[in-house]
Design a protein around this ligand. Structure first.
Ligand SMILES: Cc1ncc(COP(=O)(O)O)c(C=O)c1O
Length: 382
């Protein structure tokens, strides 16, 4: 029986609850490091929680189902998921990445450049011809965020797949911004999907988590070996919280998107705002491409105020919306990318990308949209 994504969020594709002891409706927290062996060479299927844990297995199964993968690994946070993926590469390898990328990912790429001998070129991946030009004989992967953080650039995943095929590259997509509810990169050719599970998947701003989902069993096996060897495993209680969060992914995202559409339109009509970057606005340059490869636009909006003073006033005066650094949760958060998420990026690069002192990023929550608009209204007022 085929089941919808909304139902998958609650039960997984195969009713994960059916295997639980006593048929408990929610996944029990197996707060355990080690499991007894029934005999020499025998196992219950679980031996040691770094390698496998029943609570984590349920979570990985649901996320794998949601992302249409062949295997999923749950990590301590999103950075650990990216780090694990980078362990697939060898010294001398080269990666072409989206230039508008979460600042922490750039910081990690810089760190591995020095420690692992990897090199990364940052390109505007919404232009496939620029990606083709950046590839050299050492290139092993394309690393994409779409929509990107924070400028909401959209990259055509099918075009990236074509380029990856032409050069035998891995296509890696960080799908944090839209979540599997709106976008499934594997369906458009991604080999690996990464998530900061801290964001939409968990959804309540109270747990860190990360995921690496592979398109093929072979890739999942390689990553599983690295996972058990290096050990970035998500703890059982955190797995339980993320499983609980995912149950409401569909309803949360519907509401977040509905609110975001209203707020983006309101921002657009505000005389203190010069630009609104939201993929759900029909004149967004990536609107058609995004529509082709997703089921929605999500709840992330960036916007530019008329001057720095206005940006600072909004950050200081918001009451319901919180000035904080994260996204995807039920609470609306406003971020100053220049000094927070992208504080690490070279100021010249930031300037070129448009991450300036007038750029704000809003992660729209599930509060009442009228309250959020009223809050922004009073925050804009001098
Ligand atoms: C797009 C994206 N990827 C990865 C990360 C890293 O995730 P975490 O904070 O869970 O380590 C973030 C964090 O903000 C992010 O926005």
């Amino acid at each position: 029986m085929s089941i919808s994504i909304d139902t998958t969020c609650i039960h997984g594709k195969n009713h994960i609850e059916e295997n639980h002891p006593y048929r408990s409706l929610t996944t029990p927290i197996f707060q355990v490091a080690t499991f007894a062996h029934p005999g020499i060479g025998k196992s219950t299927g679980y031996d040691y929680s770094r390698v496998g844990n029943p609570t984590r297995d349920d979570l990985e199964q649901v996320v794998n189902d949601l992302e249409h993968g062949s295997g999923c690994l749950a990590t301590t946070n999103g950075m650990a998921a990216i780090w694990l993926t980078l362990e697939l590469f060898s010294p001398g390898d080269h990666i072409v990445a989206s230039e508008d990328l979460y600042g922490g990912s750039v910081r990690l790429f810089d760190a591995v450049r020095d420690s692992h001998g990897l090199s990364v070129d940052y390109i505007n991946t919404s232009h496939p011809e620029l990606v083709r030009k950046a590839i050299n004989e050492h290139t092993k992967a394309l690393y994409i965020e779409t929509p990107s953080n924070p400028m909401m650039e959209v990259t055509d995943l099918s075009e990236m797949r074509k380029i990856a095929d032409e050069h035998g590259l891995l296509l890696i997509v960080d799908n944090t911004f839209l979540s599997p509810y709106y976008q499934n990169p594997i369906d458009f050719g991604a080999d690996i999907v990464i998530h900061s599970g801290t964001k939409y998947l968990e959804g309540h701003n109270d747990t860190l988590a990360g995921f690496v989902i592979s398109k093929t069993a072979d890739l999942h096996d390689k990553l599983s070996f690295l996972y058990k060897t290096t050990g970035p495993c998500l703890a059982p209680f955190d797995c339980f919280l993320v499983l609980r969060g995912i149950k409401t992914l569909a309803v949360r995202l519907e509401r977040q998107q509905e609110n975001a559409i209203r707020i983006a339109k309101w921002l657009r009509s505000n005389k203190n705002v010069t630009d609104v970057y939201y993929v759900g606005l029909e004149d967004h340059p990536g609107y058609e491409t995004n529509k082709k490869q997703t089921r929605g636009f999500g709840g992330m909006i960036s916007f530019r105020t008329k001057d720095k003073e206005t940006a600072e006033r909004v950050l200081a005066k918001v009451k319901i919306i919180t000035f904080a650094e994260s996204l995807g949760g039920v609470e609306s958060l406003i971020t100053y990318p220049m000094i927070q998420t992208h504080g690490y990026i070279d100021p010249q690069v930031r300037e070129k990308l448009g991450i300036t002192d007038t750029l704000l990023r809003l992660s729209v929550g599930i509060e009442d949209a009228d309250d959020l608009i009223r809050d922004l209204e009073q925050a804009f007022n001098e």
